[in-house]
Design a protein around this ligand. Structure first.
Ligand code: NAD
Ligand code: MG
Length: 334
């Protein structure tokens, strides 16, 4: 019987392919134990006792406040965050990247392999310098862009400078925020109300509009909302409604941009120990017992949220869009 040359050739190639596949896979399987990350067990930590608990010392700083002058100093993951290449080669712009959640995200992003541009106010230069040094220490490019995001022209310049400095843009973290406690709506002037709206609602609108033409499929936008979006405090009349607006734009924009392959998500922190709270965001009375009402009985530290910003930006979270991830010590939503 005449042999079919094609069939025979295919079987030979198939056989060869199988052999090659085995050859390629086998060494990986054999060497895996040797190449795996060090497996020294990480110490199990009780989250209840891991960080400072109230009562806290009464303290107040002129707005916008510095993390470096808080007592105790907040933990942004400076000595603890370990990266594993999850954002290798990404280029991120983070507003409010000098302190608080923005700083925790900046440190985590750099250690995950991303180049990072941070925006902050000129008065925050001492905090910002520390973050720039930490990004560089992670071996990544750091771009410092101080300026006031209440100005549309500055927001456009901010994005342009980030794109120029980083050589493009894949991650936009719209995190900067203004929070001032007022016991009564009667205490909020039109100027104060406008300040909160400009910072928390207009600036993300201007920054996202300027960034969008630069974002390729696979890029992400992350907004910092709050538990205040769902359960507003009586003294945060203006601030809380901006956080509801943030939660809402995340969901609307996620639907709008999903077909373009751009994901939009939010992070909703509970009470977190940051300069915003000691520079008018909380009353002295609330500050001394800050975080006491959470089931954990303490406030969160920015470091405890860094990995959430990483998770939402990482490409393996590709089906997560229009989501809000919370971190609030047992209370709060979502
Ligand atoms: P933070 O003070 O460390 O960060 C806020 C940052 O906003 C400042 O560092 C500043 O750089 C920036 N900012 C404010 N006004 C600005 C302006 N006009 N121009 C440029 N930058 C400006 O405090 P944080 O708590 O880390 O705040 C980050 C985000 O987290 C905010 O959106 C805040 O609403 C949100 N949040 C905070 C808490 C909390 O308990 N700390 C809870 C929920 C949500
Ligand atoms: Mg700051």
């Amino acid at each position: 019987m005449e042999e079919n040359p094609n069939l025979s050739r295919r079987s030979v190639l198939g056989g060869l392919g199988a052999t090659l596949a085995t050859a390629a896979v086998a060494p990986a399987i054999l060497t895996e134990p040797a190449e795996a990350a060090p497996t020294a067990p990480a110490e199990l930590q009780n989250p209840v006792t891991k960080y400072p608990r109230p009562p806290f010392k009464s303290q107040s700083q002129p707005w916008p406040g510095l993390a470096g002058q808080m007592d105790p100093r907040p933990d942004h993951g400076e000595t603890s965050y370990k990266g594993s290449g999850r954002l290798a080669g990404r280029r991120a712009l983070i507003t409010g990247g000098d302190s608080g959640m923005g700083r925790a995200a900046a440190i985590a992003y750099a250690r995950e392999g991303a180049d990072v541009a941070i925006n902050y106010l000129p008065a925050e230069e001492p905090d910002a310098r520390e973050v720039i040094a930490l990004i560089k220490a992670a071996g990544r490019k750091a771009v410092a862009i101080p300026g006031d995001i209440r100005d549309e022209a500055f927001c456009q310049r901010l994005v342009a400078e980030a794109v120029r400095g980083l050589g493009g843009l894949d991650i936009v973290v719209s995190n900067a925020g203004r929070q001032q406690s007022h016991a009564s709506i009667l205490d909020i002037t039109t100027e104060q109300f406008d300040w909160t709206m400009k910072t928390n609602i207009y600036a993300p609108f201007w920054i996202i509009k300027a960034a969008l033409p630069h974002l390729q499929p696979g890029s992400v936008i992350i907004g910092t909302t709050s538990e205040q979006a769902y359960d507003p405090s009586p003294d945060l009349y203006d601030y809380a409604q901006t956080k509801a607006a943030t939660m809402n734009y995340v969901k609307s924009l996620a639907k709008q941009l999903a077909p373009k392959g751009i994901r939009v998500n939010g992070v909703a922190p509970g009470p977190i120990w940051t300069p915003l709270q000691v520079s008018g965001g909380s009353t002295q009375e609330n500050l001394q017992k800050f975080g006491e009402k959470t089931p954990m009985g303490r406030p969160g530290q920015p470091a405890e949220l860094g990995s959430i910003y990483v998770q939402l930006a990482a490409s393996d979270a590709s089906f997560a869009t229009g989501q809000v991830y919370g971190s609030a010590g047992g209370s709060g939503q979502p």
